[in-house]
Design a protein around this ligand. Structure first.
Ligand code: GAL
Length: 818
């Protein structure tokens, strides 16, 4: 659900915040001018505490992303049992090698001119990592243990009317509390919401669409109200349903009755509804006005979509009556070089890259998503499996969520569901990932308990768990309890599992976990379990997997051949900080190799394999590897082509190396075109694709590169918003004199931002690179990197200048507009 005050654009005279103003509901973000320090400070909660010496930061803020990297940061001497390890060994980069452990304090000051008698004030934290304890004017306002969840606190009694208030937040991250980089600090937004004391509470509406048929939809909106002292008042709620052009399409006015228990239930009819889907992400809004007599008490906007979801035996999943399979990816929450600090334009960029791949679904592994991500999934069209936990009662890591489970699990699920249940994008809840309780006595009871909480709070969506212990899950009646049985890495057992389970359909909650480093190719080329090599890199021929995982095509065959498998969620869409398998024990690796797209947001070869299958509206024709192999002359250097076309012919230096057509000989030959015996000579590879009628329809060429000559710098967007938040992403490539990518270049680039922007960060996608993201220089990895600038609040031209050691630099400009 998105809760918005009506923005009348009236600025508030307070330095610390971005503001919006409405007559009866007033909301602001606390963004600028926070004070921050690492370490514990005994009296930092006190109102009079002098924080002048602390660092000034802007929230969202991740205190640990600035490094330095170090193998002693959260070094874990553990056996990763879910990876089949029996003996403990030292894992250096498991959680990213960044200094996120320990305590941090944030303080800010704010005034609330609208506050006074008869008002109510809540503070919403979209996520605070972790163990947040919140103080207002020196008094404890509340606390929340889990760093990924949204929570809100009623601070009305603690505020000083007409005076400056102090908000202090203490956060503490324990060692060995995670299997990946969690981030640190106030990494998501902090909102202040001021209402009348007769009001609609935080997350206080719930929209459902109980009937959608024959060009008609019935929409039901439940709206809670809070009245001081819980005394009944005959309030009136007037709600307009507006379409995406703002036209009112339905309206209702209801009186609260003594039977309503402080909750309105309004029904609406919408004719010819435009149904929400990934391809048509149409949104509606319900704009509600709450009256006490003639007096407007609150105004609340709920954004929603109209769509049906159905899960049924054999047929599987359907959206709006159309059977479809999830073309999904799992993503962790970090944004690579930006760390965990959320940024809307960085999230949007990730989703746009995934959209281009044809991806239509996201699993928010393994925790609650940021509200901004959910809003973007609604708007851009992604179906979301909104997840909650990586652990229940039985631990996976020493200080993980298991320590909180008994006390917090219900509260955490309730907040997940309440804050997200109006999003049309959410098509299921996930209550856990590979929880060891699958095999523990009473595990199925826990599953049922959590699932029942989801059903109680939202009867419209099913619940799943990503299960890895398939035998336990089946024999101990764990999988049977769930609405949807989701399995991680079990394509070879889908048929068996489906035959033993009652649901009649199953899902690949987590698939593939193929590993690769962008631009790295290793020989001989063979399909095999990955090994840890001296170079801390993995081959990009997309044939290497972990002992528990697969290459993409081994999942594709099951998705294609078994109707009752309702889709897959690939591990992962993007590389993330932490979990550098197969180099968990080999510093300096500290970020993953699982991503289809690297940490810099640059697609790896695998991107095109998925795109060729998932994006039916675009042509994909991609050749690998690169063709610059000094020293490999005369050696076998296989060439693969990922394409949506059925066949293609390869020409090596103009000479045909034969035509290949996808066939069912192996899982790989069904989805890739492969020339396994090409002998390398410098020159060119040209591939010509043929359509189903044998007509030449497209071609691509890769040419041997000469020496690095200059930098090519390309902005991803020409225009960005001058709001001080939006980011401009630039791809930098080291190329030869003719513009060919130099695939082994590792030149150091240095950046200067001029004009209407500031330098923000850089990443090159090398999982073993310990250069810091926020410094304005980095070596290219395999010839490439992504550099990021941030707009200021002044419109103008933002210019990124790049200098490079030994070669010609570049510059590029984007326009920033108000
Ligand atoms: C799964 C797990 C993920 C990630 C992945 C790597 O077992 O659920 O979080 O660890 O393996 O392949």
């Amino acid at each position: 659900m998105m809760q918005k005050g009506r923005l009348l654009g009236l600025a508030l005279c307070c330095c610390a915040m971005h503001t919006s103003f409405a007559q009866v509901r007033y909301e602001m973000l606390l963004e600028k001018n926070w004070k921050f320090t690492k370490g514990d400070v005994s009296n930092a909660a006190e109102q009079q505490f002098n924080d002048a010496a602390w660092q000034t930061v802007t929230v969202p803020h991740d205190w640990a992303i600035y490094g330095p990297f170090g193998q002693d940061n959260d070094k874990q001497n553990v056996a990763i049992t879910q990876n089949g390890e029996k003996a403990a060994s030292v894992k250096s980069g498991r959680t990213g090698g960044l200094p996120f452990i320990g305590t941090g304090w944030y303080r800010t000051h704010f005034t609330v001119p609208q506050f006074g008698a008869g008002k109510k004030v809540s503070i919403i934290f979209d996520g605070a990592m972790s163990n947040a304890v919140v103080y207002v004017n020196g008094q404890k306002a509340g606390n929340w243990a889990y760093g990924y969840n949204s929570f809100h606190l009623d601070v009305t009694k603690l505020l000083l009317p007409g005076k400056e208030n102090t908000l202090a937040v203490r956060l503490e991250n324990q060692s060995e509390s995670s299997r990946w980089y969690p981030g640190a600090g106030l990494y998501r937004n902090v909102h202040v919401v001021v209402t009348d004391d007769i009001h609609i509470p935080v997350w206080g509406t719930y929209v459902t669409t109980p009937v959608i048929e024959n060009g008609f939809a019935k929409v039901n909106l439940k709206t809670q109200v809070e009245i001081p002292g819980n005394t009944f008042k005959p309030l009136v709620l007037v709600t307009e349903i507006r379409d995406n052009k703002g036209q009112v399409v339905s309206k209702a006015s209801n009186n609260l009755t003594t039977l309503d228990q402080f909750q309105f239930s309004q029904d609406f009819g919408v004719d010819k509804p435009e149904l929400w889907s990934p391809e048509t992400p149409t949104l509606y809004t319900a704009v509600s006005k709450l009256y006490d007599g003639q007096e407007l008490k609150d105004e609340y906007t709920t954004t929603f979509g109209i769509r049906t979801i159905k899960y049924e035996a054999v047929k599987g999943f359907s959206l709006n009556g159309q059977v479809r399979k999830f073309k999904g990816v799992c993503n962790h929450h970090d944004l690579g070089p930006l760390g965990a600090a959320i940024n809307v334009s960085a999230l949007r960029r990730q989703l746009e890259i995934l959209k281009d791949m044809g991806c239509d679904a996201i699993r928010t592994s393994h925790n609650m998503p940021a509200p901004e991500l959910m809003q973007l999934c609604d708007e851009l069209g992604f179906m979301v499996m909104a997840e909650s936990f990586d652990e229940w009662k039985t631990p996976k890591v020493k200080h993980g969520y298991s320590q909180y489970f008994s006390e917090w699990a219900e509260k955490d699920i309730v907040n997940l569901v309440h804050s997200n249940r109006n999003h049309p994008s959410v098509i299921m809840w996930s209550i856990g990932n590979e929880v060891p309780d699958q095999g523990a006595p009473g595990g199925n009871k826990l599953a049922k308990w959590l699932q029942d909480i989801c059903h109680r709070e939202d009867p419209t969506r099913p619940v799943t768990v990503g299960m890895d212990r398939i035998d336990d899950a089946i024999t101990k009646n764990f999988a049977a309890v769930l609405d949807i049985a989701g399995f991680n890495y079990k394509p070879h057992r889908y048929a068996e599992a489906n035959s033993k389970l009652p649901q009649g359909f199953i899902m690949g909650t987590e698939t593939a976990s193929t590993i690769s480093s962008r631009g790295v190719y290793k020989f001989p080329v063979e399909k095999k379990q990955v090994t840890a090599d001296a170079d801390n890199q993995c081959s990009s021929y997309d044939l290497n997997y972990c002992y528990w995982s697969q290459v993409p095509d081994d999942e594709f065959v099951k998705q294609d051949d078994l109707q009752y498998v309702i889709g897959e969620f690939v591990w992962t869409g993007f590389d993330y900080l932490g979990e550098p398998t197969p180099y968990d024990e080999k510093w300096p690796s500290h970020s993953s190799y699982f991503g289809i797209v690297d940490l810099a947001g640059i697609p790896k070869d695998r991107f095109y394999l998925y795109r060729s299958r998932w994006n039916p509206t675009q042509q994909t024709l991609h050749i690998l590897p690169h063709w610059t192999w000094p020293g490999r002359e005369g050696q076998i250097t296989p060439v693969f082509v990922y394409t949506n076309y059925p066949s293609a012919e390869l020409f090596v230096n103009g000479k045909s190396a034969g035509k290949r057509t996808k066939d069912t000989t192996t899982n790989q030959s069904r989805y890739r075109l492969m020339w396994n015996d090409v002998v390398y000579q410098p020159g060119s590879l040209r591939v010509v694709a043929y359509d189903a009628n044998g007509k030449a329809i497209a071609e691509e060429t890769v040419t041997t590169a000469g020496k690095p000559h200059h930098v090519e710098l390309v902005p991803e967007k020409k225009t960005i918003k001058a709001d001080g938040k939006e980011l401009a992403f630039f791809t930098a490539k080291v190329v030869d004199a003719k513009g060919n990518l130099c695939p082994d270049a590792d030149n150091l680039l240095q950046f200067t931002v001029k004009g209407a922007g500031t330098y923000r960060a850089v990443a090159n996608g090398d999982a073993a690179n310990t250069e810091l993201f926020h410094l304005p220089q980095m070596h290219v990895f395999k010839g490439m990197l992504t550099v990021i600038a941030q707009s200021t609040e002044e419109a103008g031209n933002l210019t990124m200048e790049v200098k490079a050691a030994g070669i010609k630099g570049a510059s590029a400009t984007v326009t920033t507009t108000k």
